[in-house]
Write a protein that binds this ligand. Structure first.
Ligand SMILES: C[S@@+](CC[C@H](N)C(=O)[O-])C[C@H]1O[C@@H](n2cnc3c(N)ncnc32)[C@H](O)[C@@H]1O
Length: 232
């Protein structure tokens, strides 16, 4: 395979040695579908989950999950767009989770947006805990996950990971975004192997949902969205 650098404006170009969907995708996805992960949970993620699980259990409306939320800008914006929902942003980086992002205020009511939580946890464990606890998740966002563009890193991408089978059972709908179209094409192909259908489109949101999206848009890159229907 030849090295391919995508022309991505003046922001970082994705350099990949893949020319199409990874040749081992089907094998890897089927292996994970047939052999659920038995990896022990990390204590810090269990503790974080137990705290937020109490909040979820005490809440009676819809829950929205914002995975890999970074500094939580998207979590706040989603909370603003869904004032009656409980929005939970999760990221493994304490540095990002604890960074202060400007407070959001509802334009109409002038109320502070506070229907969200930012949780520091590793999603490899957190997803399994959420699924076992049957959280009533409606939408599950995964915005600009680390692309891991080298072919040898397939299993570091979410669709190549051991937790993929649990991940795609969470929520009624998954919404993924990336500036690397092939990542989403692979996720879509992996979902098809698992019996789900997805639709790929361009991001048309005027207001960037995340700092990464803002950065890509500012440098003229196209961003893509994949919607996976999980249940009605
Ligand atoms: C490229 S950044 C995108 C952040 C944000 N969504 C944005 O668009 O600005 C990817 C994020 O995924 C987080 N992440 C990667 N693997 C994770 C894992 N196993 N559990 C939780 N967060 C993870 C990283 O810490 C990082 O903040």
């Amino acid at each position: 395979m030849t090295e391919q650098a995508m022309p991505l404006g003046n922001s970082k170009a994705i350099v990949t040695n893949q020319t199409g969907i990874h040749e081992k995708l089907e094998e890897v996805v089927k292996k994970h579908l047939n052999h659920p992960s038995k990896k022990p949970y990390q204590a810090h993620t269990v503790e974080a989950f137990e705290e937020i699980d109490k909040v979820v259990k005490a809440f009676s409306g819809e829950v929205i999950l914002d995975s890999c939320c970074g500094v939580g800008q998207s979590t706040r914006l989603i909370a603003k767009r869904h004032p009656n929902a409980l929005v939970i942003g999760v990221d493994k980086s304490a540095h990002r989770i604890n960074r202060n992002v400007e407070e959001l205020v509802d334009d109409e009511t002038a109320q502070k947006i506070d229907n969200f939580y930012l949780i520091r946890a590793d999603l490899n464990d957190f997803y399994r805990l959420v699924l076992a606890a049957k959280w009533p998740v409606t939408k599950h966002f995964v915005l600009y996950p680390n692309p891991w563009p080298k072919s040898k890193h397939l299993q570091r991408r979410w669709h190549g990971s051991a937790v993929f089978p649990e991940m795609i059972q969470i929520g009624q709908e998954m919404i993924l975004r990336s500036n690397w179209r092939l990542y989403l094409e692979e996720f879509q192909a992996a979902s098809t192997i698992a019996g789900l259908t997805g639709e790929l489109s361009s991001v048309i949101d005027d207001e960037p949902l995340t700092p990464f999206e803002a950065k890509y848009k500012a440098s003229g890159q196209e961003c893509f969205q994949l919607n996976i229907q999980i249940s009605k």
